[in-house]
Every structure is written in C-alpha cells, then in structure tokens.
Design a protein around this ligand. Structure first.
Ligand code: HEC
Length: 160
C-alpha cells in the first residue's frame, strides 16, 4: 500500500470510529459514564478558538460537542476527539493548505468539501490548530466503540 492510500484508509477509519462513537453516545449518556470527550486547552485558548470557529463558519459543516446548535445535515467529519488522531502541526498544515483535498481527498460535492483557510491570519490558524489538537477522546470510549463496531461487523464477541 502506498503511504497516500494508507493515509486515506486511516482517515476513513477515523471518521467511521467517530460516527459510531457519536451514535453510541446517545445510549451511553444515560448510564454511568460521563461525556467521553474532553479538551486540555486553557480557557483562554478555548474561548479564542470558539470565536474563530464561529466567525469562519466551521460549525455550518462540522459538529462539536461543545457547540450543539449546528446543522446535522452536512457529511463533514465530527471534530470531537480529533486531537486523539491528529497533532497540532498536522492541523495547522491542513488549515493553512491552499488545497486541503491534496491532504485529505474528498468524494463530496465541491460545496460540501473542506474550504481552504490559507487566507486566515496566521495567529487564527495557530489558535484553531492548538485547540483542535487539545480535543481528546477517552480511551475507554474508543475501546467501547471498537468493540461495538467489531461485534456489529462480525457477529462475534470482541476480546481484547
Ligand atoms: C463547507 C463545509 C466545511 C466548512 C465550512 C469547514 N469544513 Fe472542515 N471539513 C469539511 C469536510 C467535508 C471535511 C473532510 C474532507 C473533505 O471532504 O474535504 C473536513 C475536514 C476537516 C478536518 C480534518 C478532519 C480529519 O478527519 O482529520 C478538520 C480538522 C477540519 N475540517 C476543521 C475545520 C475548521 C477548523 C473549519 C473552520 C475554520 C472548517 N473545518 C470548516 C467541511 C467543512
């Protein structure tokens, strides 16, 4: 497999994991566990990032636990927990790319694809990348998601 292909597969897997995680969340919520997503960002970074996030329409496409009033209809990846699979340098590079589809290819119609944010002030891209990198998903939740997915796909009991 070429590195590019691995990357694409990895991204698809990541998106799948988060979609499943999200649907499970509704069930799990009423039970003993708390919300599996958390951020390690300082309050200042979180507030600045949230402002930039709103001002630039990210929430028109992406959903984020902390901002629940988004439209659900656009098939963009959910960004909760994104910092558990992408680091800050990657996120900064992605947001700074003139052509984000050269990094993450898209099968969506043009109007639904990730736009280029290369034109944003450098500091805004930096804060966004720092904040996104701070969004983590708890290990037990990833594990639970893997288990559910495995059992759904194979019909067998999942063992570690
Ligand atoms: C028009 C819809 C749209 C808008 C607006 C948008 N995105 Fe995206 N974004 C997408 C889509 C769709 C993808 C998946 C790649 C693709 O199809 O281009 C994506 C991918 C991403 C990814 C990579 C996710 C992964 O799996 O690694 C990040 C991070 C991201 N967007 C952050 C942002 C941020 C931050 C903003 C605002 C500054 C933003 N997006 C605005 C649609 C959008």
């Amino acid at each position: 497999m070429k590195a590019g292909e691995k990357f694409v597969l990895g991204s698809i897997a990541a998106i799948l994991v988060f979609s499943v995680a999200r649907s499970l969340l509704h069930v799990k919520q009423d039970h003993e566990r708390d919300i599996p997503y958390y951020s390690t960002a300082s309050r200042e970074v979180a507030e600045r990032a949230n402002e930039i996030y709103r001002a630039n329409g990210c929430k028109e496409c992406h959903s984020l636990w902390t901002m629940k009033d988004m439209m659900e209809s656009v098939p963009a990846p959910i960004l909760d927990g994104i910092g558990s699979i992408r680091d800050e340098a990657w996120l900064y590079g992605y947001l700074s790319s003139e052509n984000p589809q050269s990094i993450l290819p898209s099968r969506l119609k043009k109007e639904y694809r990730m736009p280029s944010y290369a034109g944003l002030p450098q500091e805004d891209r930096r804060v966004l990348a720092e904040y996104l990198a701070s969004l983590k998903v708890k290990d037990w939740y990833l594990e639970q998601t893997r288990k559910a997915e495995y059992e759904k796909l194979t019909g067998k009991e999942y063992k570690k």
